[in-house]
Design a protein around this ligand. Structure first.
Ligand SMILES: C[S@@+](CC[C@H](N)C(=O)[O-])C[C@H]1O[C@@H](n2cnc3c(N)ncnc32)[C@H](O)[C@@H]1O
Length: 290
């Protein structure tokens, strides 16, 4: 039997959230009425010693459990963001940057227009784990995918441009499962850097969510480390924040997008339930300069 790739340090701490997302994508992919198919998600879970993963106990969790609370959110956001990125690529964004990709497999599983260049960005060992698992499972490496190992707290635009991104050409950016985990100043710096690296015509897609009593309690049951996962993200609402940096945003409540896909309001963001917050999906484009 082939040996398992090492589980990187970042996937044992807060970065373990990437494996939680994979678990939910694998679960969604088994549904007859699935919103997307991620045939690789289960492979990441199979590559991890359950004793080293906080999700082993979580997968058997109750209605109050973290995974149950966010399952529909992850399904809905994945489908929405898949579609947004593909539409952006079809509309002329020849470069796609997946920030904090974790074990996201969009560069492998989506049917990109010919010539689209995809940059998957995360810590080096997270990328190494992802790529090793996919290679071990025989996934064909798309010719248009580049892994960019960097720390998003450092000068990551330099790393991405060194890897081949052309900031003079429009880019489709994805920041999924990231914003709420950043303190306000880090969120501002991230958007400042994305904007400075974007040509007019670029598209930005992201999700964001408020923390809530319900989510905090559910995270606390999983691991003490996950309790502080939410750092709040931008202090302004998403429309004000994105507009301030020159983007033209459209911000949707996650419940509205879920209804579009005939799915219930994701449990953690259901205003009918006590102790919940709100969740959003946003797309924005950078207009031509006047
Ligand atoms: C919740 S996961 C989201 C993964 C992916 N976007 C998705 O939705 O499937 C968060 C990811 O952010 C990455 N991350 C967190 N801080 C980072 C940093 N400073 N530099 C690079 N990646 C980071 C983690 O390694 C992890 O893969």
């Amino acid at each position: 039997m082939a040996s398992q790739p090492d589980l990187p340090e970042q996937l044992t701490g807060v970065g373990a959230t990437a494996l939680g997302v994979a678990l939910l994508r694998a679960q969604e992919s088994r549904r007859a009425d699935r919103l997307f198919d991620d045939p690789y998600a289960q492979h990441f879970l199979d590559a991890v010693d359950p004793a080293a993963s906080p999700w082993a106990a979580a997968s058997a969790s109750t209605e109050q459990g973290f995974l149950h609370l966010v399952a529909e959110q992850v399904a809905v956001r994945t489908r929405f963001l898949d579609q947004t990125l593909l539409e952006a690529a079809q509309a002329g964004c020849g470069q796609v940057v997946v920030l904090a990709c974790g074990v996201d497999t969009r560069s492998y599983r989506l049917d990109w227009p010919a010539g689209t260049q995809i940059f998957d960005v995360d810590f080096a060992d997270v990328l190494a784990f992802r790529n090793a698992v996919l290679a071990q499972r025989g996934a064909a490496v798309p010719g248009n995918r580049i892994s960019v190992a960097t720390d998003l707290r450092e000068d990551w635009p330099h790393a991405v441009t060194e890897a081949g991104l052309d900031p003079r050409q429009p880019t489709a950016w994805l920041a999924e499962g990231l914003l709420y985990a950043l303190p306000p100043a880090a969120a501002d710096l991230l958007l400042d850097r994305i904007t400075a690296t974007s040509a007019p015509g670029s598209i930005l897609a992201l999700d964001h969510a408020e923390d809530s009593e319900l989510l905090r309690a559910a995270r606390g049951e999983l691991s003490a480390e996950l309790v502080d996962l939410w750092q709040g993200g931008p202090t302004d609402d998403l429309t004000t924040w994105l507009t301030r940096y020159g983007w033209r945003p459209t911000v949707r409540d996650i419940a509205e997008v879920a209804a579009r896909y005939q799915r219930p309001t994701p449990a953690a963001f259901d205003p009918e339930r006590d102790g919940t917050g709100r969740g959003w999906l946003a797309t924005a484009h950078l207009p031509q300069q006047l």
